[in-house]
Design a protein around this ligand. Structure first.
Ligand SMILES: Cc1cc2nc3c(=O)[nH]c(=O)nc-3n(C[C@H](O)[C@H](O)[C@H](O)COP(=O)(O)O)c2cc1C
Length: 199
């Protein structure tokens, strides 16, 4: 009887299938909510004047706060730039606020960050990039337009925002009610074969 069962198992490979049956498929047959959001996000370069509500700002900050960081050092600070005076100062340091009602400015402290012992790499800007990504995606989840800005003059930021003295400002993320569609570039991505490979 055992031999018969063994033979059946060999023919059907059922023993192998059973072993893998509790491993979920890497790609679910239907789109995940996260993937839908990731696809929905785009760089928005025109906003309404409408201010963000405190609830929206707080949810975005909360999503940013729970971001992971190397060795959980949490070397990142976020400044919510929204007063007319502060936004004016930002416009002096970058051409890319797009008159958004709020700009999240993300800074990282190199002194507080984890450093890889093998090559001395400081992970501060990596941690800040993860926080920035959480900000963008939470804003997108609220249906708000947003964009990552890397083009700004760090010296002007340092001069006009003394609170950033101990930080490297890594990005600015203007957020608001979107009035612009994605740019042509949004649709341009490397083909999967170029982007990823198995080794
Ligand atoms: C690190 C980084 C820096 C960026 N800096 C700027 C910038 O200074 N000005 C700007 O208009 N867009 C900036 N962008 C937006 C990119 O141009 C945009 O993400 C890219 O063209 C793809 O378009 P999409 O975001 O709509 O998919 C930046 C994006 C990243 C990730």
């Amino acid at each position: 009887m055992n031999k018969l069962l063994q033979k059946l198992s060999d023919i059907t490979n059922i023993h192998k299938r059973a072993a893998f049956s509790d491993i979920p498929d890497r790609l679910p047959t239907r789109e995940s909510e996260f993937y839908a959001l990731a696809k929905e996000r785009y760089s928005c370069r025109e906003f309404k004047d409408t201010p963000l509500t405190d609830i929206q700002i707080n949810h975005i900050l909360e999503a940013a706060r729970v971001a992971p960081s190397a060795a959980n050092k949490q070397p990142v600070h976020v400044w919510v730039v929204k007063s007319p005076e502060a936004l004016d100062k930002l416009r002096n340091a970058t051409d890319y606020t797009f008159n958004a009602p709020v700009v999240f400015m993300v800074g990282a402290s190199r002194d507080a960050a984890w450093v890889r012992k093998y090559d001395g790499k400081n992970l501060a800007d990596v941690d800040a990039a993860i926080v920035g990504t959480h900000i963008m995606l939470e804003a997108a989840a609220w249906g708000l337009g947003n964009i990552w800005i890397g083009s700004f003059d760090p010296a002007k930021i340092k001069a006009d925002f003394p609170e950033t003295a101990d930080y490297e400002v890594v990005c600015m993320i203007p957020v608001g009610v979107a009035t612009a569609a994605p740019s042509q570039r949004h649709w341009e991505r490397l083909p999967m074969e170029e982007f990823a490979s198995e080794i």
